[in-house]
Design a protein around this ligand. Sequence first.
Ligand SMILES: Nc1ncnc2c1ncn2[C@@H]1O[C@H](COP(=O)(O)OP(=O)(O)OP(=O)(O)O)[C@@H](O)[C@H]1O
Length: 307
Amino acid sequence: MTRTLLQVKDLSKRFKEREVVKGISFSITEGSCAALLGPNGAGKTTTINMLAGLLQPSAGSIELLLNGRPTTDRRPYIGFLPQMPMFYPWMTGAEFLLYTGELAGLTSREAKRETDKWLEAVGIRDAGKRRIGGYSGGMKQRLGLAQALIHRPKLLILDEPVSALDPTGRKDVLTLLRDIRRETTVLFSTHVLHDVEEICDEIIMIQNGNIALQGNLEHIRRTYSEPVIRLEVDGDEASRSWLAAVCSKDFVIHSEISGGRAKLRVANVDQASLTLMADAVSQRIVIRSLEAGHSTLEDLFERVVQS
Ligand SMILES: Nc1ncnc2c1ncn2[C@@H]1O[C@H](COP(=O)(O)OP(=O)(O)OP(=O)(O)O)[C@@H](O)[C@H]1O
């Protein structure tokens, strides 16, 4: 049975006379992994800070529901990793986790047990004995994640959790987020749409403080997915002018050209690919690559942002 864990209604935030979050409503299903997407300045951090209880909304409501009933104070049930987490550099990673665990209401014995568990889970068991001042950005991010999970929250909220990580670190964190989903619902903001496609099942896309698109990712994919051909030719003038001419053909619904590459939205990829290849052969144009497939979340994001 799918149950709502978080219900947001008509949420707004105004900084002086400027409204940056404009009455948004959405819900998050228990056990899901949801992504908050949007271009720079869309209002993601402001929204996340309101959900985490760090910012007071100007209007609207945020309810966390436990077994279908709203809690009076949602904060004990939320784990939060801000965009720029702050640490005490003189503490060791383990000391910091013990401290935050006890602050979150764990007994010292529980805090010790959870500290060991999470240092291991986020991959910094050995570094846990060292001072945070000597940690790299990626290690701090892992420690921040452990800090957000130590009190076993119902909802984990993360503001761009993978932006400071190298590819291995990113993969580790995404795997961890996927693993904890059995116990913890996850909401995170990101610009990396590929990560979203890998681990999320719900998305909320915001732009200019409004919701541009939201819902189940699979459903959105099915609804908005379109046949697309990605084409690359040589950079010489003849190839480029052929590419430009191709974009104005009848079977191309929409096109984007950048250098020797083009992305073509078409009605039928098979037919369009055959026509393109035949035309290229007859004009003696070398096609470097031709990929026939469907639009990605990134394509959809670009369309929403540009509209
Ligand atoms: N404390 C504040 N006072 C005034 N304006 C603010 C404040 N915090 C954010 N803003 C403005 O609100 C808008 C939304 O900012 P926010 O940080 O929520 O966007 P974002 O989607 O998280 O962007 P990014 O992807 O760049 O982190 C921006 O125009 C920002 O300048």
